[in-house]
Design a protein. Structure first.
Lengths: 319, 319
């Protein structure tokens, strides 16, 4: 492993919003500043970071704002909302890291790329939307929104519904050439925010946004592969990946190879909405990488440098 | 003048929204697509474009959505709103141009940079906010928002008030190194959307957003200077700059030098909210440029190639 690594750092929701908070802008900036401290520790060690992030709570709140104001002002479609949130969150994450680096004596300025990610409308995800977005609806609201907006919903609790959108596989990061050039030039960048803005290609029209959400861990893995990085880090709330989670024989895992990870995936060890995409992203990256030392790390956001050093977290390698 | 020029194209409001329209997303994409046709004509001629744009109607609508939903979900401050709108509009402008280039056989992908622009809190603009943002308020609303949010307002008509924010001078484009690298690498980019997100530097905290609006024409001129472009084009709704506008002796001007432009500015020939910043931006750029052939063009959006060729528009040169 080189001393100075190129690393994709995929920030989970807890990097920006804490579950017990309202999640307002002041709180988001404070959390981002704490996250920036972790990232700056890695930069101080000489590593070159490409930062990606989720947008779960933020896009939900954005769509809620949209919905509440819909009678007064035209709404923004899902994919246009994702683009807006990429701008807003990218600004925040880039600024807080720029400031943290500044406090440590560096004049580097972190940049944000608006990133679109190609998906295939033939992806089975479009026939079976699974990703919940926005607020909880009652039965009448769910029916009314289906009628009016074509929203598909799923019952998430007794009498409680949420809009669900497809979560298709990311195929191609459209801006990859420019992103690669920025990284090769030494820029610290934020890209693929919220998993990227999903776009499909229509033979006559060209590219167009689609109402979907791309999993940010899978998009991050694709970015890591495209940039041929040394390491991808999925920063989250837990110290290590566990098998038999919450059972008497729960076991925290500090290392697994791709075959083992895939077997556990098939066994259903990793829930679809949380650890599953991280493990899948890790497998995708280490198997596609041309670097024998390539690895994925899933570890706690608050101990990024320790996770990179193998003192905490779960490391996934090809073999 | 080189055959293949590096050009900053500053898009005015009419590039995205028409005055007679609601300005919804479908209309914005349609207008952007038409604008993309004009831009692609320039690209087809071999010119290298750096695109900037205003955000007037969009930021107003965004803030209105914010305001209507304020009781339900936390609002986004002005500067965070600008960042969001940069993402949303950049996505749209980049996508429609990418598509137009694709229809013409090119595989180039246009990129959007989230751009922050440094301003000085000692700028006199902060003591005298002049830039109206958001909807028209009645007297009670104006008073309530001053009370609650600290909004300064100005009476824009009998009993009609609008929030006003400072419009400080842009001092430094923070992401300029990355933008320059992208341009030198051959990327077509969108930058400085809405004039850029205004940020100030606090000695202890670092950079932070401020509730202000930077004039997009002045920001575009700064970008043009920093990138040492050949030409800056301010695309707008009129064929040429006029002096004695709407008077019997109105005269359309096809060329002026910086001294003449400044004299007319001092005479009050150019209204502050529309032609004034374009003329000021033109003066700033041609006077700062090291290129003897540097020029600014103010011309009609629908005839971009003609304006570049001198068949329409007003050309401003240093001498």
């Amino acid at each position: 492993m080189p001393d100075k690594q190129l690393i994709v750092v995929a920030l989970g929701g807890n990097a920006i919003s804490q579950p017990h908070q309202e999640g307002n802008v002041k709180e988001q900036f404070e959390n981002s500043a704490a996250t920036a401290g972790q990232l700056a520790d890695l930069v101080d060690q000489g590593h070159h970071l490409v930062i990606t992030h989720g947008n779960g709570p933020q896009i939900g709140n954005f769509l809620l704002r949209n919905e509440v104001a819909a009678g007064v002002i035209y709404p923004l479609p899902m994919e246009v909302a994702v683009a807006h949130v990429q701008g807003g969150m990218g600004f925040m994450i880039a600024q807080t890291l720029t400031n943290e680096l500044g406090r440590r004596g560096s004049s580097r300025v972190v940049n944000t790329f608006i990133t679109t990610v190609l998906v295939d409308l033939a992806d089975p995800a479009f026939r079976d939307p699974t990703k919940p977005v926005g607020r909880v609806l009652n039965k009448e609201e769910a029916a009314a929104n289906y009628e009016k907006e074509g929203w598909q919903t799923k019952e998430v609790g007794p009498g409680e519904f949420r809009r669900v959108v497809p979560s298709p596989v990311p195929i191609n990061i459209m801006e990859i050439d420019a992103i690669r050039r920025a990284v090769e030039g030494g820029d610290l960048i934020v890209a693929c925010g919220g998993g990227g803005i999903p776009v499909a290609r229509d033979p006559s029209y060209g590219l167009h946004g689609v109402a979907a959400v791309i999993d940010k861990d899978l998009a991050s893995a694709l970015l890591a592969t495209d940039l041929d990085v040394d390491t991808i880090m999925f920063m989250t709330g837990v110290d290590r990946v566990a098998v038999n989670f919450n059972k008497p024989d729960q076991r925290d895992v500090d290392h697994m190879n791709a075959d083992q990870a895939r077997r556990w995936m098939v066994e259903g060890q990793f829930p679809r909405g949380s650890m599953g995409p991280k493990i899948q992203g890790a497998i995708n990256f280490v198997e596609a990488s041309r670097k024998p030392h390539a690895r994925a790390i899933i570890g706690p956001l608050g101990r990024a440098a320790d996770a990179l050093a193998g003192k905490t977290g779960t490391c996934i390698t090809k073999s």
